[in-house]
Design a protein around this ligand. Structure first.
Ligand SMILES: [Zn+2]
Length: 413
């Protein structure tokens, strides 16, 4: 792939450089999620200070509010949200399917067996009332009702690509069907075949409409499109889907992940072993500390996840193992606990972020209990910084051939 170059390897873990119209991204890379064209509680100034290389915005939310036409009038998302580094958009499918249908049928993403007690890990922060209602999946696409005003919409591969072009993201995703964990093998296969047909239609539409011109610094926006690998927990379906995606697309995204940590590792391994070495790989919607290590170890380059921002809002703040973080609580402390009432230490004494160099656990806990806006800014800043910094350190260890040792010391201790 001409825009992606692998510069170092340690086992299957790799460091790469992806060139986009808005700059070069060093991988492995973690994308914070900016659902509504904002990473909740952080400004672009904060994101730059932290060293965020790219954000992910949600097509589903932005197409409903404020609408892709409006954002296009501003020259795309970069101008609208004043973020001049790379942006990725998803296809919109995940919100429509997973938040609508899959949740109703009890589907879920990676099951977190060992989460901090009391920490919400719902797929949608605002609960059942803010879920889109999925009406029908047909060959053409999927019809649904908006969670905002109940209005009826259809999302098709062509429409998803058009919206992602209007938004002007550097990395976009082909429209895909979403299996449910309750699907049997036959249903899973049918869903996969629909994803293949929709993938080809997404590609065709992207080629037909060509490169969209919307004012990046260099003048011309080149959009790299991911195809999405599905197939649930079936190895043969995952391998088939991986090969199909590799054959047709310049970049490979792995979607529809659910099950325990071991299942996640197996799925990633099946997929990364079946696709070309030189294409970027993105693990969609995954990005907890343990997942990052496990994914990178198996050759994943990109991650996105709402965990750091959502955890921060719920009082769940990352700490490294040397500061007391444990695998059993996903390397977090719960700032709501009374033991932090008068604790003068920063959240993580080993963290160099603005929050940790200036504020105590006691103050953070006070802000949380008083429901102050500043709590959200400081806590989110720390959580995003923590993950960005961890991934940066992982890149360094890959370059030094020390990744396995670092991983052992961090998550296998
Ligand atoms: Zn910090």
């Amino acid at each position: 792939m001409k825009n992606f170059r692998i510069v170092a390897k340690d086992g299957k873990a790799r460091v790469g450089l992806l060139t986009t119209s808005h700059g070069v991204i060093e991988t492995p890379n973690f994308n914070p999620v900016g659902t509504q064209a904002t990473v909740k509680a952080l400004s672009p100034k904060d994101l730059n200070e932290i060293g965020v290389q790219m954000v992910l915005a949600n097509t589903y939310h932005l197409m409903l509010r404020p609408g892709a036409d409006l954002i296009e009038k501003f020259g795309g998302l970069h101008k609208f949200m004043n973020w001049d580094k790379p942006i990725m958009t998803d296809s919109g499918g995940f919100q429509v399917f997973s938040l609508g249908a899959a949740l109703e049928h009890g589907g879920s993403k990676v099951l977190r067996k060992n989460t901090t007690p009391g920490v919400e890990l719902k797929l949608h922060p605002r609960g059942v009332n803010s879920k889109p209602r999925l009406n029908k999946i047909i060959e053409e696409g999927v019809t649904f009702q908006s969670h905002i005003d109940g209005s009826k919409h259809i999302l098709t591969p062509e429409k998803s690509i058009k919206i992602q072009q209007q938004l002007g993201a550097d990395l976009i995703v082909a429209f895909d069907d979403h299996e449910s964990a309750k699907h049997n093998y036959g249903e899973m296969q049918k869903s996969l075949e629909l994803t293949e047909r929709w993938g080809l239609r997404s590609l065709k539409e992207h080629k037909r409409t060509g490169v969209k011109l919307i004012h990046p610094p260099g003048g011309k926006l080149e959009q790299l499109m991911y195809g999405v690998v599905h197939g649930g927990t079936h190895k043969d379906l995952r391998v088939r889907s991986a090969k199909f995606t590799d054959e047709h697309f310049d970049a490979v995204a792995i979607g529809g992940i659910y099950g325990d940590k071991q299942t996640l590792c197996s799925i990633v391994e099946w997929v990364t072993s079946a696709v070309s070495e030189e294409k970027p790989r993105h693990l969609l919607g995954i990005g907890e500390v343990e997942d990052l290590f496990n994914g990178i170890e198996r050759g994943v380059d990109f991650f996105d996840c709402v965990a750091p921002t959502r955890r921060a809002r719920n009082g769940s703040l990352y700490i490294c193992p040397k500061s007391g973080g444990k695998k059993s609580n996903s390397y977090t402390l719960n700032i709501r606990q009374s033991k932090f009432f008068s604790d003068k230490k920063p959240i993580d004494p080993r963290c160099n972020c603005y929050t940790c160099t200036n504020f105590s656990r006691s103050y953070l806990r006070h802000l949380y209990m008083a429901d102050e806006i500043l709590y959200h800014e400081l806590s989110t800043y720390h959580n995003i910084f923590f993950i960005i910094d961890l991934v940066k350190r992982i890149r360094e260890t890959i370059k030094d051939g020390e990744f396995k040792k670092f991983k052992r010391g961090y998550i296998d201790r």
